[in-house]
Ligand binder design. Structure first.
Ligand code: AMP
Length: 365
């Protein structure tokens, strides 16, 4: 059985690493022949909208999935006509457009920050008069890791932000002075069976995930988040792993965005849960029994950006693991991550401080 993955980044690579023990083989499409997946599978070199490369993938793979979200809907629809393609095209299309995404949340009674579509500078002024300042202006498409968005603090910020973001279709969101950010990862089989991981608490710097801790222990928020993601998965007739990122504001969940794929805030599941998000994604798209999502202890994950800390120093921390993605160093590039699993939250937090220091992050929350 051969799994095709559009994108050979670290997520694709970790999917392959999780799938080999199940006897699976992997083939990727990526613009770069030395993307992280290339060390663990074949790469068909081509752009994500290159019909020849994707056609070849559809020909040799039994099931196709993706580790990137910016594949044009028309292109994935064409693949989905030829080969089993999961998660469903509609989920990908919804996640690609922040307006469609927020409207889908709203239609399913999943609370979100207040938002308005903005298509012109005049509409932006009107939207600001309704939502107030500060607010966050985001491009509807192609925004990730803090790119494609600006915080508006004063009236003088509107025009420069509009122009800096390229005058493309956008949404304006009320700025949420959240207490914390959390994410829920769920997995669903085509038959409808679902499982959920424990909430992860996430800290971002400049829009990029810096570190996560799990489980975030809040019984009420956990069950509310599970009900939200269950409705979203059922609505999309979902198969695979799905993530929702939430703000916790005044003790309530507000959905920020969804990702129809394995997620950076779930990397702790490799060592910290009975079955990793990567293995469960593979199981789900093959309609195999899902694995247990229980935690093995208290976990933390630290992203390694820009450069990698010394392997030996990370591994000297009890319970720590190191994951390098095989990428060349570049400022702010995600080069790897490290995790720790401990018997208690206090031990986990002590190890997390050490990992943050080694990774060059400011020791914070
Ligand atoms: P996003 O690309 O939408 O995930 O945003 C990246 C990060 O920016 C989030 O994880 C938050 O830390 C911050 N952010 C995004 N939207 C808002 C908002 N409406 N209010 C406050 N912070 C936000």
């Amino acid at each position: 059985m051969k799994i095709g993955i559009i994108g050979a980044g670290q997520l694709g690579r970790m999917l392959a690493l999780a799938g080999y023990p199940l006897g699976l083989r992997f083939v990727f499409v990526d613009q770069s022949g030395d993307a992280p997946g290339g060390q663990v599978g074949q790469i068909i070199v081509g752009a994500f909208d290159d019909p020849a490369a994707l056609g070849k993938l559809a020909e040799i793979a039994d099931v196709v999935t993706f580790d990137v979200e910016n594949v044009p809907e028309s292109v994935v629809s064409a693949i989905a006509d030829r080969v089993r393609f999961l998660p469903p095209v509609e989920a990908l299309a919804t996640a690609q457009d922040r307006l469609a995404e927020k409207r889908t949340f709203a239609a399913l009674h999943i609370p979100t920050p207040r938002f308005l579509p903005v298509a012109t500078p005049e509409a932006l002024e009107l939207a600001v008069s309704q939502l107030g300042l500060p607010s966050v202006l985001k491009t509807r498409r192609l925004g990730y890791d803090g790119r494609g968005q600006r915080v508006l603090r004063g009236p003088e910020d509107l025009r420069p932000a509009w122009e800096a973001l390229g005058g493309v279709p956008m949404i304006l969101e009320a700025f949420v002075p959240f207490e914390r950010e959390v994410s829920l990862i769920g997995v669903r089989r085509p038959s409808g069976e679902t499982r959920f991981y424990r909430l992860s608490e996430n800290v971002h710097h400049e829009g990029i995930l810096a570190h996560s801790r799990a489980p975030f222990d809040d019984v009420a928020l956990q069950s509310t988040a599970e009900r939200h993601i269950q409705r979203l998965m059922d609505h999309l007739d979902y198969a695979g792993v799905l993530t929702i990122e939430f703000f916790v504001h005044e003790g309530q969940l507000l959905a920020n965005e969804m990702a129809p794929r394995v997620h950076n805030s779930g990397h702790w599941t490799i060592e910290g849960a009975v079955t990793s998000q990567f293995e469960n994604h593979i199981r789900a798209i093959l309609d195999l029994p899902l694995g247990e999502t229980r935690c093995n202890g208290h976990s933390a994950m630290v992203n390694l950006l820009s450069n990698l800390p010394p392997l030996e120093e990370v591994l000297a921390i009890p319970g720590a693991h190191f994951h390098s993605y095989g990428k060349g160093a570049r400022p702010k590039r995600k080069l790897g991550h490290c995790t720790v699993v401990a018997a208690t939250a206090a031990d986990r937090d002590a190890a997390l401080s050490q990992l943050l220091e080694l990774a060059g992050h400011a020791a914070d929350g």
